[in-house]
Ligand binder design. Structure first.
Ligand SMILES: Cc1cc2nc3c(=O)[nH]c(=O)nc-3n(C[C@H](O)[C@H](O)[C@H](O)COP(=O)(O)O)c2cc1C
Ligand code: SF4
Length: 439
């Protein structure tokens, strides 16, 4: 049965729209209270084994998903395997394979791996390579919804309502109730494929305004059916997916979710609502941990990362017809934020005060003392993205005492490399890369 589309007569939403920040997000110039530098004696430390549901992780550091850009045919390559093998050899307890799509229209673009039978042999080789290094491996599964590039996918994107996505130069369509049921089943089937491929954990993407996060967002979800309106309705899709995934995989693998604490723009999901969602997810009993994130790939991408926006390098990745528009609004779309160590900590502590689920602290963890102190303060794990892109061997160095901080300078030049093989241009410069100075 086809449900009515999002509220008729509403203006369509647009990707590069200028947005303002919410009051309950981290203020750009606020002073982030530092995590206390010394771990409390007797509290389990960063390098001791820790339980994540049915899994024992060798320490408390997880490599956060950073889209690898190493699957040009939508299938695993040797380079993708090497990417994760080297992070595993570098000492993390678990690495996360970024963004595996549960449906063809849910790919961010056509070079994204879709979870179908043909992908399983390559993924199995990858999980075996990681296990051989003594680490575990998680699969981030998601549906990009309004963030998907419909032109590249050759499939119309789906969102809570109709909106215009200039990257694909197409309008999304409003998800019907049949779409929601089909995508829920896609998540369950995809999670089973991941288990078949040897993954130890499944991370469900509930952030960055991808489909499930767009449903949670009051800005992007203006539906009037049982999937829109009240927070309970907006959370219905995400909750039913999490339950379906757990039912599909049983108790032998860990299931986690990466949840937006705030969307990072006025009218988006705020901290009070996201804490309520976290409480519901906890009560539903299907998750082993929550990874806490924030920001919007649709409306405020730099909120995810902080630091300087790589405007020129990002512009160069766009098709020619988008470059003039990007020149006009790029600074607003990709606004820079001051970078601070552990920048999501103040929000994460608000979640921690209300929620007993094990929490994974993410966002700007570069220093050993920050990671240690986060664990001492009760975060079950820390997740690190850019610090490990810069140096996959960092955790071994921390453990050996030969480093106490990452050399990542938070320039965000790695962001635009996701289309050509994700790398840190500071340590792996290629012809044409501009020198990274003055960050
Ligand atoms: C190059 C790059 C690609 C990323 N791709 C993804 C992704 O596919 N899925 C996701 O949830 N987050 C992605 N992220 C965000 C990271 O997981 C993480 O949330 C963010 O970088 C903040 O953590 P950090 O300060 O430790 O880097 C990406 C980040 C970078 C730098
Ligand atoms: S390009 Fe390298 S130094 Fe710059 S933010 Fe990315 S990982 Fe860090």
């Amino acid at each position: 049965m086809q449900l009515a589309e999002g509220r008729a007569g509403r203006p369509e939403r647009c990707f590069f729209r200028q947005t303002r920040e919410v009051s309950d997000s981290v203020r750009p110039n606020s002073t982030v209270p530092p995590v206390s530098a010394t771990p409390t004696p007797g509290v389990s430390t960063l390098f001791e084994p820790a339980q994540l549901g049915p899994l024992t992780l060798r320490n408390r550091v997880i490599k956060a998903a950073t889209f690898e850009g190493l699957s040009p045919d939508g299938l695993v390559t040797d380079s993708l395997i090497e990417f994760h093998r080297s992070v595993a050899a570098g000492g993390v307890a678990m690495t996360t394979v970024a963004y595996l799509s549960v449906a063809p229209e849910g790919r961010t673009h056509a070079e994204c791996i879709q979870l179908v039978d043909q992908a399983v042999p390559g993924l199995r080789r990858l999980t075996q390579a990681v296990h051989a290094e003594g680490a575990l491996v998680s699969a981030q599964i998601g549906h990009a919804g309004p963030v998907a590039n419909a032109s590249s996918n050759r499939a119309q994107s789906i969102a809570p309502g109709r909106m215009f996505n200039p990257l694909g130069m197409r309008r999304t369509r409003s998800a019907t109730e049949a779409d929601i049921a089909r995508i829920t089943a896609d998540y369950a089937r995809s999670a089973q494929l991941c288990v078949k491929a040897g993954f130890d954990a499944i991370e469900i993407h509930l952030g960055h305004n991808y489909l499930l996060s767009a449903f949670l967002s009051p800005k992007f979800n203006q539906r009037t059916d049982r999937f829109g309106g009240s927070l309970e309705n907006r959370a219905r899709f995400a909750r039913q997916v999490v339950l379906a995934v757990r039912d599909a995989v049983g108790e032998s693998v860990a299931v986690t979710a990466k949840l937006n604490m705030v969307d990072g723009f006025r009218g988006g999901l705020g901290i009070t609502e996201s804490i309520q969602v976290a409480e519901w997810l906890q009560a539903d009993g299907a998750l082993n941990a929550l990874e806490l994130t924030g920001g919007s790939s649709l409306a405020n991408p730099m909120f995810l990362f902080k630091g300087r926006a790589p405007l020129k390098q990002f512009g160069a990745t766009l098709p020619w017809y988008l470059r003039p528009g990007f020149k006009l609004v790029g600074k607003k779309f990709l606004r820079s934020y001051p970078y601070q160590e552990a920048y999501f900590l103040p929000l994460a502590k608000q979640v921690q005060a209300q929620v007993d689920l094990p929490l994974i602290l993410l966002g700007g963890i570069s220093k050993l003392e920050t990671a240690q102190a986060a664990v001492a303060e009760g975060f079950a794990f820390v997740a690190m993205g850019r610090a490990l892109l810069h140096d996959p061997d960092l955790i071994n160095k921390y453990q050996a005492g030969s480093a106490s901080s990452s050399g990542c300078v938070h320039c965000n030049r790695c962001m635009p490399t996701i289309y050509t093989g994700t790398r840190c241009p500071l340590v792996d410069p290629r012809p044409g890369d501009e020198p990274i100075v003055g960050v």
